[in-house]
Design a protein around this ligand. Structure first.
Ligand code: 8DG
Ligand code: MN
Ligand code: MN
Length: 409
């Protein structure tokens, strides 16, 4: 018989990292990735359909054996159902196998694995006839985007998974430095690590302080301290662009993608290789030269040419990446939230991305509320509603509270 949908929305279901249908979800996520790369930013709908189906399978309490068990579930579209059926019956899906062997897909995946490269740039590189990362690395005519320059130079480092232990050690360093600047500061690991992942593509940290306003000015000072200790490789700070007016507009227009208005630093840090081991004492770490001060005294490092020299080492990103070094380049996001927005920010930056997306759609359609990383607006009551804990965010949204590790859809 069919399994009654336990709940209609992904944000109402429990979805853990470990589940009973990895073979099926891996296949569906290949199709999702393929759709993302093919349609770019212009059309999420195909990719979303595969993600929704994969998400249902992740929340099942057993291994699916018969497609009829999914009958009637709104999140299983025809295309996904067909693929699931093929795999259940044949052990594999032709469509998925073809994609995995498709040279275009393989190249698109490879190129979009570079920091700063999305499907549009990846496509351009393929059109130039490039096949390997080295083709882009060797070209002296590439985009001036600092992310792509560093992303290419440190591609090997940046595509090796960031370990939980590295994030934990970095958390200690950030907490230590931030607390010196602002006693009482709250620093949380967010993103995949907060959801219990053991590795990730970056480490995300959310900072706030209960005394609203005291967090202003923290980020530049924190970055300066991290730079002094040799942790910064390259990055870009963004100012807080939040105003109540902006929020109202966001509430009306539904914020585009994942973008929010928090002050943040998006960058690449140098983490000692010893951070991968348990027994480092992060508080004693000062990074060694060369390249310990590459940022030219400025917190934004955006070289305009590939051969741009950096800092006292005078090396280009590429040369720096080739030096004998005791550190690994790692993607890091630092986000600063005013305390009044913190719990919404915490839910938003914990994710998963699909959980957030589902949460927004659910809030809008079921509750006539708009939720973002900055707050929540109730259109029926025509007022915004503050939250003083993560649990309160769920309460306001009439959802059962789920721990971060249960939000892995
Ligand atoms: P991973 O790094 O382990 O691979 O996965 P992740 O930690 O879940 O993904 P992420 O790309 O690091 O994003 C972390 C969460 O932050 C994700 O759920 C989406 C959320 N998020 C926001 N605002 C923004 C934003 O402006 N940019 C990005 N990239 N993510 C945002 O709430
Ligand atoms: Mn992350
Ligand atoms: Mn991130």
């Amino acid at each position: 018989g069919s399994i009654a949908a336990p709940n209609t929305w992904a944000c109402q279901r429990i979805t853990c990292l470990q589940h009973h249908n990895p073979k099926l979800t891996t296949a569906l996520e290949v199709l999702e990735k393929h759709a993302q790369l093919r349609d770019g930013n212009s059309d999420y709908s195909r990719a979303l359909a595969f993600r929704k189906a994969s998400c249902v399978l992740k929340s099942l309490p057993h291994t699916l054996t018969d497609i009829h068990q999914l009958r009637g579930l709104k999140d299983i579209g025809n295309h996904s159902a067909q693929v699931i059926e093929d795999i259940l019956e044949e052990g594999f899906s032709n469509e998925v196998e073809e994609i995995l062997n498709d040279p275009w897909f393989i190249k698109m995946k490879l190129f979009s694995s570079v920091f700063g490269v999305g499907s549009a740039i990846a496509l351009k590189w393929i059109e130039r006839g490039w096949e390997k990362i080295e083709d882009a690395q060797n070209s002296n005519d590439i985009t001036s985007d600092w992310r792509v320059q560093w992303g290419l130079a440190f591609h090997d480092d940046l595509t090796s998974p960031v370990l939980r232990q590295e994030a934990d050690n970095l958390l200690e360093v950030i907490r230590e430095e931030a607390t010196k600047l602002l006693p009482g500061v709250i620093v949380e690991i967010v993103g995949g690590f907060r959801r219990g992942k053991m590795s990730g593509h970056d480490a995300d940290f959310l900072l706030t302080h209960p005394d609203e306003g005291s967090e202003i000015g923290l980020l530049p000072q924190l970055l300066q301290r991290l730079q002094k200790r040799g942790f910064l490789l390259a990055g870009q700070a963004e100012k807080n662009s939040f105003t109540p007016g902006v929020l109202k507009k966001d509430f009306k227009l539904s914020m585009k993608g994942q973008l929010d208005h928090f002050e943040k630093w998006i960058g690449i840090m140098k983490l000692p290789k010893s951070f991968k081991d348990k027994h480092t004492d992060p508080s004693s770490i000062i990074m060694p030269t060369p390249g310990s001060d590459p940022i030219d005294g400025s917190l934004d490092y955006q070289p305009s040419r590939k051969k741009a020299k950096c800092g006292i080492s005078g090396l280009s990103p590429w040369e720096l990446s080739r030096t004998e070094r005791a550190w690994c380049a790692r993607r890091v996001d630092l986000i600063i939230s005013p305390f009044s927005q913190y719990y919404y920010g915490l839910v938003g930056w914990t994710g998963s991305k699909h959980f957030n997306r589902d949460l927004r759609t659910y809030s809008q359609k079921v509750l006539n509320m708009k939720v973002t990383s900055h707050g929540l607006f109730d259109f029926t009551k025509n007022q915004s509603i503050p939250a003083h804990s993560e649990k309160e965010v769920f309460d306001i949204l009439k959802l059962p509270y789920h721990e971060p590790w249960q939000r892995n859809c």
